[in-house]
Design a protein around this ligand. Structure first.
Ligand code: HEM
Length: 143
């Protein structure tokens, strides 16, 4: 991730926090409309799943230059994703839905530059999760 993107993500963290739940609510709506096959993964999800995701996104944005603060949260996410059988190919679908939701909710505040920075940040975190989840799937298959 470029330093510039980190700066932009950090600078926009407060506005994303303020609108976090609206963004993640819109995100799930877009995700399930465009990719109905993802709905099944969330069938046992708590009603406040969108809130958990909003909190995770904000914590990530606020800690983008000190990711070691997030290692416990990342491990927890990876464990639950593996339990629910989330796969690498799901990440671009969620990324697309998240960025479109940000555009929808933030309006003019979501400039091209802001969206590009968040896209980089999303896929950076996605790669960390995908790598950890691959290890966990591997361990499962060796067990
Ligand atoms: C960078 C991207 C992502 C982040 C930050 C993220 C974050 C989270 C968080 C914070 C939780 C809740 C963990 C807990 O309950 O303690 C969660 C659960 C979950 N996530 Fe993700 N996630 C991401 C990508 C994805 C993708 C790509 C999918 C697949 C479409 C997905 C599907 C799920 C499911 C099914 C659950 C469990 C819901 C349940 O409790 O039943 N996530 N995720």
């Amino acid at each position: 991730m470029t330093e510039k993107s980190k700066e932009i993500v950090k600078a926009t963290a407060p506005v994303v926090k303020k609108h976090g739940e609206a963004i993640t609510t819109a995100m799930y709506k877009i995700l399930f409309e465009r990719y109905p096959e993802t709905k099944e993964l969330f069938k046992d999800a708590p009603e406040d799943q969108y809130r958990k995701l909003a909190n995770a996104i904000y914590a990530y944005a606020a800690n983008i230059d000190k990711l070691e603060n997030l290692s416990k949260g990342i491990e927890q996410m990876a464990l639950i994703h593996v339990e629910k059988k989330v796969k690498p190919e799901h990440y671009p679908l969620v990324g697309e839905a998240l960025l479109d939701a940000m555009k929808e909710v933030l309006g003019d505040a979501a400039t091209e530059e802001v969206l590009e920075a968040w896209k980089e940040a999303y896929f950076f975190l996605a790669d960390v999760l995908i790598a950890r989840e691959a290890e966990l799937y591997q361990q499962q298959s060796n067990a």
